[in-house]
Design a protein around this ligand. Structure first.
Ligand code: 0A1
Ligand code: ZN
Length: 849
């Protein structure tokens, strides 16, 4: 549909705006149902313009009056905005519009959440606030005045003046409209300060509703660590006198990097030991860092147009991953990043929604805040760094910041700084930005007379609109181990540039075991037939922590695939290998926890599909259950020792060391609960003094069907805490038994606590169902129908969240004809809904293909 949709926008059609904006002045007179926005904007002709009518975006705005240089004008209505005759030289545009934050349920533009006013303008929400050239290449300094009877009135930049019922803010840094923000409400702050390395004293605040004040300390600490890290590692300093973060309960995404006024989904900033899990703390740390790092990669240097989204997002994700690795553990970070990449991005690349890191067309840009743009975008930068080396990367980044500060830049600009800083030709590398799909690398090996030859062949499967693919530049990090387990060739980066290429290693005394794609040096699928014993060897001896983990994962996957397709029994070799890792005290507990984690059911379905088989979600579920049981039985004593030894004593701390111990203990508890009838889990539930252990115990009890009492107690304890109750909802839908999932989720939707207009709550319940693979794909189709019913209801209220949830169906063609028929029926029913949003109609059109 997107290809011939008349609303499609193409990268190739980019033209600069007719004018530049020299200054913006905005006044807000806040009122829930009728806020007045008065704008005064200084325009001047853009010397780079190719001509055309003067056009301002505007949506859902009631125009009260407009003036040009003080004279009233009546603009002409145009698609998505207005046009107007304007003077040839510079002029001042003034407009007064009325908007209704109270009825804005889409959470885009100016809206209300729990009585507070807030904004979300990325990507194209500013046009719902006033008439403006709402495009990222139009950058301007903003002065803002807010009038409203609320204690806290915030906007971007530095505070300029304030009085009773009003406040003025001035942002000296030119910015695109998508970075505009305003917050007004009855809020309190968790304050702190940071002195930058050049001595600027910065006031820091996290603004929340009063009951949440006790949940800000960790976020504040993460912010200060991020500010320091960006100075030390990238030489980037903060550039205003104040940095504000606000927590909002109703938010479509994780958080937003508005200049000097970051707005966060409360789930991405609020945490206390009693209410947040280790995973929550880790996510908060990385999102705080991500939004802060955008101040340079996104705000000071922004994107010319939305096709360049990966310019800011890929780079900022890469930076936040580096930060988290530095703060915690690089090995664990890399494994978790790859797990997420495979679960979300490989899945996307493998279906109808596949698109390049830099897409070339879209109907609704909000549909392109994807794992491909973000996570694959970050992988591309990681490859670039590996190819040019750490020093080359540093030089290129310094050049990027000095050459493009204040610019709205492109991927071409980005690659050019690498070329200029390192002298390397990146024309072939650039294909990573334009070619969709996950490359496959097939491996052949030979050994002759002391020489080991590694032959790698690359191919990328067709994706929508891209039937034929060109070879990419792929950095493949390889090390060689001798048969006794010593590393004989340390990591070397091979550059695969041809469709097929051979690499030789001389002077070896015996045929080595190769460790290929160390650190997951490229986002590819490695096709390598390897025996169980070789995998177990690498799991035991590889010096590269990622590949060590990967060997165990591949071994478990092979075993599970044989169990699913041939009805094989759990392979004792796997059980022994897992036991060895679990007992190996030289290994970080967090690593051991990851090694004990089995491949996800969706991952197994993808693997089966890629090898030409039709996945049966129930057979996958059964095999995983059977293997878990076998592990529990075989490793019983080891697991029980681990459960005891890994107990963390003393007050809860969310650091990597303690969290790793808890993760390993939880992995053990998951298996042990299959044997002990939930005795340990029940007792842990009752004694836990932190959410990680309380929720971990609850999950184990749910898993074995013994959670009724604990669920009731949990609800009773936490009913006033929205974020904790999201967990209660999410766990039940995610862990509902396959045949009962639709019914269980239906019951949850009838719970008075199911506030479906709140995106976090909707996602907890419906996202939980979508991730419950066997339950979602129940052959009756009940879960498909249930999700579709709710998406049809949500679409007119919140198109963005609806469209995003539709990705639950993106793998539908992998399944059997009956399931495909049921899904198609539901997708067509949704597509036929009168007035379906542009967001959802684009998604459903692309999914149906
Ligand atoms: N730029 C933000 C993500 C974001 C994107 C769109 C939003 O609303 C539609 C909100 C946030 C980030 O990368 O964190
Ligand atoms: Zn971002």
């Amino acid at each position: 549909m997107s290809l011939d949709d008349p609303r499609t926008i193409h990268l190739a059609d980019y033209t600069p705006f007719t004018h530049v904006v020299e200054q913006v002045h905005l006044t807000f007179r806040l009122a829930p149902g009728a806020t007045r926005v008065i704008s005064k904007i200084a325009f001047a002709p853009n010397p780079d313009s190719k001509g055309g009518a003067f056009f301002l975006h505007g949506e859902d705005l009631k125009l009260i009056h407009a003036r040009i240089d003080g004279e009233s004008v009546i603009p002409n209505a145009a698609e998505g905005g207005i046009t107007c005759d304007v003077p040839e030289g510079p002029f001042t545009w003034e407009a007064e519009v009325e908007i209704s934050p109270q009825t804005n349920t889409a959470l885009e533009g100016l809206y209300m959440s729990n009585g507070m006013y807030c904004t979300q303008c990325e990507a194209e929400g500013f046009r719902k606030i006033t008439f403006y050239p709402d495009r990222p290449d139009v950058m301007a300094p903003f002065d803002v005045r807010i009038e409203g009877e609320l204690p806290v009135l915030l906007s971007n930049g530095n505070p300029a003046a304030r009085g009773d019922g009003w406040a003025e803010w001035s942002d000296p840094w030119p910015k695109p409209a998508y970075l505009f923000a305003l917050v007004a409400g009855d809020l309190v702050n968790h304050p702190d300060r940071f002195t930058t390395r050049s001595g600027r004293d910065v006031e820091l605040n996290i603004w929340v509703r009063e009951p949440d004040l006790g949940k800000c300390a960790f976020g504040m600490d993460a912010l200060k660590r991020s500010m320091k890290w960006d100075e030390e590692v990238y030489g980037r300093e903060y550039d205003l006198d104040i940095f504000n973060i606000v927590a909002v309960d109703d938010f479509n995404m994780g958080a937003m990097e508005n200049k000097g006024l970051n707005i966060f989904n409360s789930s991405a900033v609020l945490a206390s030991p009693e209410t947040a899990t280790d995973a929550n703390f880790e996510r908060i740390e990385s999102i705080i860092a991500h939004e802060y790092f955008h101040n340079w990669t996104g705000n000071r240097i922004t994107c010319r147009d939305w096709f360049q989204l990966c310019l800011k997002e890929g780079l900022t994700v890469f930076r936040d991953q580096q930060f988290s690795g530095d703060e915690r553990s690089h090995a664990v970070q890399r494994i978790n990043d790859v797990l997420a990449l495979r679960a979300r991005q490989f899945r996307e690349d493998n279906g109808p929604l596949a698109h390049p890191v830099r897409p070339e067309s879209f109907v609704e840009i909000n549909n392109f805040y994807t794992a491909t743009v973000y996570e694959k975008g970050a992988e591309v930068i990681g490859m670039l760094k590996r190819l040019v080396g750490d020093e080359g990367y540093s030089k290129a980044l310094d050049l990027y910041f000095s050459r493009h500060d204040g610019d709205a830049a492109t991927i071409e600009d980005w690659l050019k700084v690498f070329e200029d800083a390192t002298g390397r030709d990146l024309s072939q590398f650039k294909r990573w930005y334009s070619q969709a799909g996950t490359p496959r690398i097939a491996v052949q090996e030979s050994f002759d007379n002391g020489t080991y030859t590694l032959t790698l062949s690359q191919s990328t499967p067709p994706t929508p609109g891209q039937p034929d693919k060109e070879p990419l530049v792929i950095p493949v990090a390889v090390g060689l181990l001798s048969p006794n387990g010593d590393e004989v060739v340390p990591t070397r980066v091979l550059e695969l540039t041809e469709a097929e290429q051979s690499f030789t290693f001389d002077g070896l005394s015996a045929k080595p075991v190769a460790s290929i794609l160390r650190s997951f040096s490229a986002p590819v699928v490695l096709e390598r037939d390897q025996s169980a014993s070789e995998r177990a060897f690498l799991l035991a001896h590889d010096t590269d922590p990622f590949n060590k983990w990967e060997a165990g994962r591949a071994l478990a996957k092979d075993v599970l695939i044989r169990m699913i397709t041939e009805g094989a029994a759990p392979d004792p070799a796997l059980l022994t290998a897992l036991e060895n890792v679990a007992r190996d005290e030289t290994l970080d507990p967090a690593f051991r926890a990851l090694a004990l984690g089995l491949p996800g059911q969706d991952d197994l379905a993808q693997t089966l599909y890629q090898s030409g088989r039709t996945p049966d979600p129930l057979a996958i579920y059964d095999a995983v259950q059977q293997l878990r049981k076998a592990i529990a039985e075989q490793l019983g004593t080891t697991l029980s020792d681990l459960y005891d030894d890994m107990a963390v004593h003393g007050p809860y701390r969310p650091d990597a060391g303690d969290a790793g111990q808890r993760a390993l203990r939880q992995a053990a508890l998951g298996f042990l609960s299959l044997l002990d009838g939930g005795v340990r889990a029940q007792s842990q539930y009752e004694t836990a003094d932190n959410m990680t252990e309380q929720l971990g115990a609850l999950a184990c009890l749910l898993d074995i069907g013994k959670a009724e009492t604990a669920l009731a107690a949990f609800r009773h304890q936490w009913q006033e805490d929205r974020l904790v109750m999201d967990k209660w909802f999410g766990l039940q839908s995610g862990l509902a038994a396959p045949a009962k999932a639709a019914a269980a989720v239906h019951r949850l939707t009838e719970d008075p606590g199911f506030d479906w207009k709140n995106p976090n709550r909707f996602r907890a319940v419906m996202g939980g169902l979508a991730m419950n693979a066997a339950g979602f794909h129940d052959p009756s189709g009940a879960s498909y129908a249930l999700l579709t019913d709710w998406l049809i209801l949500l679409d007119p209220v919140n198109p963005q969240t609806t469209a995003r949830m539709l990705t639950a169906f993106e793998t539908w063609k992998h399944y059997d004809a009956d399931r495909q028929g049921l899904i198609r029926e539901n997708l067509e029913r949704l597509a036929a809904t009168p007035g379906l949003s542009r967001d959802s109609s684009e998604m459903v059109g692309r999914i149906l293909g």
